[in-house]
Write a protein that binds this ligand. Structure first.
Ligand SMILES: Nc1nc2c(ncn2[C@@H]2O[C@H](COP(=O)(O)OP(=O)(O)OP(=O)(O)O)[C@@H](O)[C@H]2O)c(=O)[nH]1
Length: 296
């Protein structure tokens, strides 16, 4: 059995940063986790890829093809199609056929249509499953886009369409928590265990929201009733956040059956004392992150 996280989400939400952080976390905690870049338009990332789709095909080359005449988005979709047609011949040799128990993170492009309604990623998941992978979808959303009730409904619906389209265990990451102000950070707690009705009532004052409140409420009720969408915060300064995310992914993929998961641990680092096996993991991460190109 092999394990995989497929890291998806809109452009710039922090997918590659999460992958770099996870790779480092794995090194520090002695877990064998490797990252594969599946973004043929990637300019730069900080991890050491196990495989890189740009060695197979690149968006720039496709755009230069005079017969195809494709712009950036069309070229990306062309590349992803090409990748799906070459999974057996290119990807499998790159990641190896005979490993057991290994764990691979696939860093995907930021084109949202790949996840919400196209079948390319679905084909990818099916292929991984045929190669004995258990797969977990990780959908990254920037925490700044989840600061009120209407944004919550919108973000949840995108996450939900990805979940429904791919039909795999799924986790939503709230990225860039470190960039939120203290009050926004406190505020966002409401969205981790959300009650869509309460959240939307706060928004009802504007004419636009009042007009569409019924629709939003109906959507919120679906989310509430079926507990369809939950968000897990990621503050990249904190190794404990990373550990929680890994534990959840482990549980949904059946890596570890009895893991104890905390999902709300995103207080300021200075408020907490953390000691993991005598090592100051947060300090190790801080040192590591100083070397990464992470925005302040
Ligand atoms: N402070 C902070 N910056 C972040 C975080 N995640 C990403 N960034 C920054 O946000 C920008 C985009 O991050 P990426 O990791 O490249 O985002 P991506 O989702 O892979 O982007 P695409 O490849 O374009 O889809 C970079 O400048 C990162 O340094 C975070 O958690 N905290």
């Amino acid at each position: 059995m092999r394990f995989a996280q497929i890291v998806m989400g809109p452009a710039g939400t922090g997918k590659s940063t999460y992958c770099s952080y996870l790779e480092k976390h794995a090194q520090v905690t002695n877990r064998a986790i490797r990252v594969v870049n599946l973004d043929p338009a990637a300019e730069k990332f900080e991890y050491e890829p196990l495989a890189d789709v740009r060695n197979l095909i690149q968006v720039e080359d496709v755009m230069e093809d005079e017969e195809l005449k494709l712009g950036p988005n069309g070229a990306l979709l062309y590349c992803m199609n090409y990748l799906m047609d070459n999974l057996e011949s290119w990807l499998l040799p790159e990641i190896g056929e005979e490993y057991d128990g290994d764990y691979i993170i696939f860093d995907c492009p930021g084109q949202i249509e790949l996840y919400t309604h196209m079948d390319l990623m679905k084909r990818f998941v099916k292929q991984l499953e045929q190669w004995s992978f258990r797969v977990c979808g990780i959908f990254a959303i920037d925490a700044h886009f989840l600061t009120d009730g209407t944004k919550f409904i919108a973000g949840s619906l995108v996450a939900l369409s990805t979940m429904v389209n791919l039909e795999i265990p799924h986790m939503n990451l709230l990225t860039k928590m470190d960039l939120l102000s203290k009050s926004d950070r406190k505020n966002i707690e409401r969205f981790l265990e959300p009650d869509a009705h309460d959240l939307l009532q706060e928004e009802a004052e504007t004419p636009w929201n009042a007009k569409f409140l019924k629709l939003s409420e109906a959507l919120g009720k679906v989310l509430d009733d079926y507990s369809l969408v939950k968000f897990v915060p990621l503050d990249i300064r904190k190794s404990s956040n990373m550990e929680n995310i890994l534990l959840i992914a482990d549980m949904v993929m059946g890596v570890s059956e009895d893991a104890d998961v905390k999902v709300k641990d995103f207080e300021e680092p200075e408020n907490e004392e953390e000691s993991e096996g005598g090592r100051d993991l947060d300090r190790e991460f801080t040192n590591y992150l100083e070397g990464l190109n992470v925005r302040d």
